[in-house]
Design a protein around this ligand. Structure first.
Ligand code: ADP
Length: 583
């Protein structure tokens, strides 16, 4: 802009200088010509006067000519008769000169009775001349004065040169002054332009200062610009804050969330979903299809159904994630977004509840089965007694014994189920109390002594001083000890040995170890024996009066006390059950 204004002003000034120079030149030139005419006229009039006074022609011409000199050059004087004959000329021999009747200045002087003026090349002298002629009727002569035109022209030329030098100098001065002045004037505008460029490049903190300094019309513009930049900066900041907040909220959601378009292209994936599906792509960089994330074509079908019904649609799908294949309740909800149809997909992990459901139904089936077996047996023996066996006292007594054993098993089973469900319900044990663990172990050893002796099994408690006093429910710890020691006796060889160790671990927990000299447990069963109703040998367990719930109860009690239960065993080398408890 500065350049355009500069060029414009320059053009105006040049035109002005040229126009004023030219007009000055022509005015001066015409003035100069006027002066020359006056000069020649005065000389001619004086000669006329001298001739009228009776002075000889030569004398009058020579006197006046010597007075009227220009640049050292005397004027030429010519006297012409009315018939055109030259009677006198101070520069040439008049007798040699041709008739001058038709010279323009002579003709004009004779015709108008006033002064005639002409400028042309003299035929006599062969040079450019200015002529002035007056006619005197009394003398009957035309008095003509003339001077060389070169003198006249050199006057113009020196004037023109002066004019050109002055114009040139003024132009240079104007160029410099104009440039500096313009720069000063346009400086705020240049600053404004630079500030606007900065804003365009995203620097909303920029403000203009010089516009405000000069208190001109630009001050308002500067204030308006600053207000606009401030407003823009605030708006952008507010928008950025909102965006960040939204981003943080969506990415902090523990629920995996994906937004997809009607085309099945992903628009947004929150961090939980990115981690879950191990796809760390940014849809803002390049769109990609939903199936690339979920690896399940049904998720795209859900989008179609959701948009078709214009309402949320849910389906349970098994989807492979970083955690392996898991069950998800996938919900697709429609959203309208800039006139386009988009869908929010959320993924709710229902694997655990499904697993719980499965376990619950398995448990119910197992319980039913376990209850049915002794009941069927009891009813069978009662039927047999009814049909006559009751009359045979020896048989009847044996049958009653069997019924008693089965009833006891039923009782044991029901009480184990009740214990298990009671422990499962508990989040923590509220009945903790300090008690002597050694004394409790002694009690249990005494309690189980009969069964152990019947199989010639010795029980050896090895007790550590540091693990004497513990804080727990003695009733539950007794349950753990009975279940483990009874199993160690039951699944032992005759004449075997059961060792009971207790010690305090470095992490402060109490470790309880029950080691036997039985057949041991195969590696594939070591995890599973802690499941409800799982037995390695069902008929042997039943025969020994087992319910298949003992170890499950041990594991749950260990968990209740923030601990674990596990087994270490090698086939043929006995088994060691290790329980850690924070008691
Ligand atoms: P059960 O009432 O059948 O004993 P448990 O839950 O106590 O039920 O044990 C589950 C299964 O684990 C048993 O049926 C048995 O097969 C196996 N088991 C438990 N303790 C031992 C052990 N000390 N040695 C070998 N096998 C064992």
């Amino acid at each position: 802009m500065l350049r355009r204004i500069y060029v414009l002003i320059l053009a105006v000034v040049v035109v002005a200088i040229v126009a004023s120079g030219a007009s000055a030149f022509f005015v001066i030139k015409s003035y100069h010509s006027q002066v020359s005419q006056e000069y020649l006229l005065n000389a001619a009039r004086l000669i006329e006067q001298r001739l009228l006074a009776g002075d000889p022609q030569e004398q009058a011409a020579a006197d006046i000519s010597s007075v009227f000199q220009r640049d050292g050059e005397a004027i030429r004087v010519t006297l012409i008769h009315t018939d055109g004959t030259v009677v006198y000329d101070n520069f040439s021999d008049s007798t040699q000169m041709e008739n001058h009747l038709y010279r323009p200045e002579i003709k004009a002087a004779l015709q108008s009775q006033e002064a005639g003026f002409a400028s042309r090349t003299s035929e006599t002298l062969g040079q450019a001349m200015l002529y002035l002629a007056i006619f005197d009727p009394e003398l009957n002569l035309v008095v003509r004065t003339s001077i060389s035109y070169d003198i006249e022209r050199s006057g113009y030329l020196s004037l023109l040169t002066t004019l050109l030098i002055v114009a040139g100098l003024s132009l240079v001065a104007l160029l410099v002054i104009g440039y500096l002045a313009l720069r000063q004037i346009t400086r705020p505008l240049v600053e404004l332009k630079q500030a606007a460029n900065q804003v365009q490049q995203g620097d909303y903190q920029i403000r203009v200062g010089s516009l405000l300094d000069d208190k001109s019309e630009l001050t308002d513009l500067g204030n308006a610009f600053n207000a606009m930049a401030r407003q823009l900066s605030q708006t952008i900041q507010a928008l950025e804050e909102r965006n960040t907040r939204l981003d943080v909220i969506l990415n902090s959601l523990v629920v995996p969330l994906i937004v997809a378009a009607r085309s099945h292209d992903v628009i947004f994936v929150n961090r939980t979903a990115q981690d879950l599906f191990d796809r760390h792509l940014d849809p803002e960089q390049a769109r990609f299809p939903l199936v690339l994330v979920t690896h399940h074509a049904q998720t795209e079908v859900l989008i179609d159904q959701c948009l078709q019904n214009n309402s949320p649609v849910s389906r349970e799908l098994t989807i492979t994630t970083v955690r392996g294949p898991r069950d998800y309740q996938v919900t697709a909800s429609p959203i309208r977004y800039t006139n386009q149809d988009h869908v929010i997909l959320t993924f709710l992990d229902i694997s655990q509840s499904r697993q719980m459901q499965r376990l619950r139904s398995e448990f119910v089936a197992n319980v039913t089965h376990e209850l049915k077996t002794p009941l069927t047996s009891i009813r069978g023996f009662i039927e047999t007694l009814r049909h006559g066996a009751i009359d045979k006292p020896a048989v009847a007594r044996r049958f009653l014994d069997i019924i008693d054993i089965e009833a006891e098993r039923l009782h044991q089973l029901i009480s184990d189920i009740l214990v298990l469900s009671e422990i499962e319900e508990l989040k923590e044990d509220k009945d903790r109390q300090m008690f002597d663990l050694h004394a409790l172990i002694d009690d249990v050893v005494v309690l189980l002594d009969d069964i152990a002796s019947s199989r010639k099994i010795s029980m050896v408690p090895e007790i550590d001083e540091t693990a004497q006093m513990v804080s727990a429910s003695p009733h539950r710890i007794k349950q753990v000890l009975i279940n483990l020691i009874e199993n160690a006796i039951k699944y032992n060889r005759e004449g075997g040995r059961v060792e009971i160790h207790t010690r305090r671990l470095e992490n402060g927990k109490l470790e309880l170890r029950v080691r036997d000299t039985g057949p041991g447990i195969a590696p594939e069963n070591q995890e599973r024996i802690f499941e409800r109703f799982y037995r390695v040998d069902t008929s042997r367990s039943r025969e020994l009066g087992g319910t298949g719930l003992g170890l499950s109860i041990v594991k749950h009690i260990a968990q209740l006390y923030g601990g674990t239960a596990r087994v270490e065993s090698k086939i043929g080398q006995g088994a060691t059950f290790i329980v850690e408890l924070a008691i």
